[in-house]
Design a protein. Structure first.
Length: 202
């Protein structure tokens, strides 16, 4: 009976000096941190990947439209949206707005020739919306046209690790490549009325 305190001290001392199980304990501490870091890096990479895919898809749609020489119609715009969905493989609703903008030198402003929307986010552009877009659109000759393609999707991170759900917006403009004007149905251009003065009449 008298040896029990000494034996207990020896047992505790051996337990204190023992290194058995240290690797397992360290692994239990560090593995959750490594796993969390891996999920975080995966979420950040996926966000950048989705941004890049959306931008490339928007440029593809814009380039495709700029090569058209015949008037667009509702089926073409629907197909453009379907192509965007296929290229981006987004799991949320995509939004697409295709507009043709014309520049008027006399007023020094941009004017909307036509604007088509797919999705629930965008509204059709109006001339009042784009009249002062000098910081968004390039310098253009009088009555020149430019195609503006805008897309928006909502990106939800794969894992909830602090990255917020956000909109992915893209804004791309391109000039028509093979035709001076790009029509939608029968809408081709804004015709500025010609004012005839008495001196113009022979």
């Amino acid at each position: 009976m008298m040896n029990r305190p000494g034996s207990l001290r020896l047992t505790l001392d051996r337990f204190r000096r023992s290194e058995d199980g240290n690797v397992a304990i360290e692994a239990m501490i560090i593995l959750p941190l490594v796993f969390w870091a891996y999920l975080g890096m995966f979420s950040i990479f996926d966000t950048y990947r989705q941004h890049t895919n959306n931008q490339k898809a928007t440029y593809t749609i814009s380039d495709m439209i700029s090569r058209q020489v015949s008037p667009l119609d509702a089926s073409f715009v629907d197909g453009a949206r379907s192509l965007f969905d296929e290229l981006t493989r987004t799991i949320t609703e995509s939004n697409l707005r295709i507009s043709v903008v014309q520049y008027d030198t006399a007023s020094g402003s941009y004017q909307v020739v036509w604007s088509q929307v797919r999705g629930n986010t965008f509204n059709s552009l109006t001339s009042s919306d784009v009249s002062s877009w000098h910081d968004r659109l390039p310098v253009m000759p009088d009555d020149d046209q430019i195609i503006v393609v805008e897309t928006r999707t909502v990106h939800e991170p794969v894992f909830d690790l602090g990255l917020a759900t956000r909109n992915i917006d893209n804004f791309v403009f391109t000039r028509p490549r093979y035709a001076k004007q790009l029509c939608y149905s029968t809408t081709c251009a804004i015709v500025t009325p010609t004012v005839v003065t008495p001196t113009d009449i022979d």
